[in-house]
Design a protein around this ligand. Structure first.
Ligand code: OGA
Ligand code: MN
Length: 381
């Protein structure tokens, strides 16, 4: 990576964009040998164990959201990225299925908003799961048209992100799911952020050929609060760049169950997902080592166990898909939205950056990005 990145910087090109294209390439497939794999977690000069606060979350509280005791988490920091924490699948064996079911069956439901609502009526999008599962159960691979579940690209929670204005607003809000709020509170508390308040969520649903364009998440009004990311299903390549659009990024795998915390100086770094990876051969990827729903759930668990029928649908879905959940605190303590939603709109932003770059990503909308690094934003494709 170092050599490739250096060459690109020298040539004055947009190193992030080049590396994005490098990992997105299908023919020939790229060399993945520079991609950091935290699951093989051998600390190196670049990868250092992160200090967590195990006393912030009791073992019972952790188990209630489906997590291992914090002292058992494998959490890492990356040299050069202060505030970035990678937690290698801290879920208890058998607890991921419940969260996957929430992402596929529960969170797409009203009052949450999804991409299908952009061009369909509320009654049409009322029961995405119910309208899809009987069809998904049938074997025909070439079935047309696609089910609503297969057409699902994004869901927003809490303060609903407006893809056109790139803002949240006071009057565009529905209750944030209590279970995901609780999971987010435990993870952030363990990472040294007590009092994190999950207010907005964006779920992205990726197929094998999807990608996520280079962007910064800056629409939240308080950037001192961390951004949290959970991934389920197929693995992906995640690129973590710098504060400037052209800074060369570091590539890492995100596997099912992995979490990221972007905080402090890493809160506003450019990032992207150039590639979703096929399941390892001979492995149904998201068997996810004991991810079958055998869980003996903790008393007081915030998530219900998954039924066999639901798991049949979920497991087949995530064998060829990835779901990413990002959770954001929008407002600082005591903060409120400005009087007029437009009064905090940035005027120094460059051209819009593509969000999903993959086929079928049009519904994903656009997110405008600005930069303190000069006019380099103009290079977005
Ligand atoms: C996002 C995001 C990354 C991912 O939704 O803002 O950066 O891993 N997602 O899907
Ligand atoms: Mn993001």
């Amino acid at each position: 990576m170092a050599k490739m990145a250096a060459a690109m910087v020298e040539s004055g090109e947009d190193a992030f964009r080049k590396i994005f294209k490098f990992y997105k390439r299908r023919n020939p497939p790229p060399d993945f040998s520079d991609v950091i794999d935290f699951s093989r977690g051998v600390p190196s000069d670049k990868i250092v164990p992160a200090k967590l606060d195990p006393s912030a979350v009791s073992d019972v509280e952790a188990a209630q959201v489906g997590l291992q005791p914090v002292r058992d988490w494998r959490a890492y920091s990356l040299q050069g990225y202060p505030g970035f924490i990678f937690i290698s699948n801290p879920f208890l064996l058998g607890s991921q299925p419940s969260w996957v079911r929430q992402c596929l069956k529960t969170y797409p439901q009203k009052p949450n908003i999804c991409n299908l609502d952009m061009h369909m009526s509320p009654t049409e999008t009322q029961d995405i799961w119910g309208k899809s599962v009987h069809v998904l159960g049938s074997p025909s691979k070439t079935r047309e048209p696609k089910t609503l579940l297969e057409k699902l690209r994004w869901v927003t929670l809490g303060y609903h992100y407006n893809w056109d204005t790139k803002t949240y607003s006071a009057n565009h809000h529905t209750p944030f799911p209590a279970d995901l709020h609780s999971l987010s509170s435990q993870v952030t508390a363990a990472c040294g952020f007590p009092g994190f308040n999950a207010e907005a969520g964006i779920l992205n649903y990726y197929r094998s050929d999807s990608s996520l364009g280079i962007h910064v998440d800056e629409s939240e009004l308080d950037h001192s609060r961390p951004l949290l990311s959970f991934s389920f299903g197929q693995s992906a390549i995640f690129l973590l760049g710098g504060i400037c659009r052209q800074d060369p990024p570091t590539a890492m795998y995100m596997h099912s169950g992995d979490m990221m915390v972007m905080s402090g100086q890493s809160r506003l770094l450019y990032h992207a997902v150039p590639r979703i990876l096929p399941p390892p051969q001979g492995h149904s990827s998201v068997e996810m080592e004991g991810c079958s729903p055998v869980s003996s759930l903790q008393d007081g668990s915030v998530v219900e166990p998954v039924t066999e029928e639901d798991w049949a649908v979920c497991s087949s879905y995530i064998q060829s898909s990835r779901v990413n959940v990002t959770v954001r605190q929008v407002l600082g303590p005591g903060q409120s939205f400005p009087e007029t939603p437009s009064s905090h709109k940035r005027t120094d932003a460059g051209p819009t950056a593509g969000y999903h770059e993959g086929p079928g990503g049009e519904d994903q909308g656009k997110r405008k990005r600005s930069s303190s690094c000069g006019s380099d934003d103009a290079t977005e494709t």
